[in-house]
Design a binder for this molecule. Sequence first.
Ligand code: SF4
Ligand code: SF4
Length: 142
Amino acid sequence: MSQQTTFKGIKITTDNKCGFCDGAKCCTYITERLETPRSMHDFDHLLWQISHENIRIYKDDDGWYLLVESTCLHLENDGRCGIYNERPHVCRQHDNDYCEFDAPAEDGFDLYFHDYAQLTKYCKNRFKGWGKRFEKFAKEYE
Ligand code: SF4
Ligand code: SF4
């Protein structure tokens, strides 16, 4: 993936890049690591989660993640951080050398589920008896 090197004719460096980033993309979501889902129960649970507004699920080289699209309350209208000197460690660790400004995060995902329909399709392909899972679950609880 190539890095964006100019913006409107201006040379982009790591020092000025964030100033060109419309809406500070890295401050508009959070992620949380998930246990690797394996069973139909696991995926059924993910379907419940992704049924909620602004919830996405992805898998990359590090594993499975829940992604919540939600803008940080400290992000100011001019794109600056309102608590810059006290910002959390995870924010300090974020490197702008190659970031969401250069390419959408999805480009690095092995799997990306944007909504219930996409994840359902995946489950139907992954599990033969997906359509009958509730009968199976009911027997397990007998
Ligand atoms: S680190 Fe990248 S995504 Fe975040 S504000 Fe800077 S340029 Fe934008
Ligand atoms: S605390 Fe600041 S740097 Fe961290 S996500 Fe919020 S606005 Fe961005």
